[in-house]
Design a protein around this ligand. Sequence first.
Ligand code: FES
Length: 228
Amino acid sequence: MADAVTANPTAATPKAAPTPRPATPAAAKPAAAHKEEAKAAGPSSAELSMIQAPVTRREFLNYAFLGSLGIFIVALTGATFIFALPRFGAGEFGGVFTLGLAGEVIPSTEAAPAPNSPARSWISNTEAGVIALYNVCVHLGCLYGWQEVTNRFECPCHGSKYQKDGTYIEGPAPRSLDRFVINFYDPANPDGPPIATTNATGDPLPIPSPNALMKVNTGSIIQGKPHG
Ligand code: FES
């Protein structure tokens, strides 16, 4: 009698072990040879897509913004540097004038104020101190002058009158005369810190010493006090 269960021939047949393939010539090549071949073949499609990718609108705007920002920063730096420089040189109106030693350039308190044309000022000495008055009338800009007879400044245009220290007396001028800042220095240290300086309201400055070096800063104008 035949067996009820026939043995599965497939299961019974042992599987043959996979035959190892011989190494292909390509696999056997060294890595350096692969690189040479890749070079010869040129860039891959992925590389080409990276090289030829067009600049998007967003990227373009970013580049434009960064470029504009760079230009703005350079321009701002240049402008800051230029404005930091003195606008007027020494001895040029708008700059600093070195007049000399106080005892030599300041008139006595009894004498008439001394004009200084390059500095566009009158150097006027009073009992309270010295003052450098801007020689332009504060009404409409005429050049006023010192009148020995009346012992005051008078403007020829509309008749405004001022005291020796520039204080308004009468006429259409709206205020007293404007004045410049005076600095006195130790002549041994003319570029050091000043030893006396006109105050913020432009009051007459006491002379510290006849040997003090006097400078007038025509770039620093203090407006005269309004009257009435
Ligand atoms: S300009 Fe001097 S009074 Fe008019």
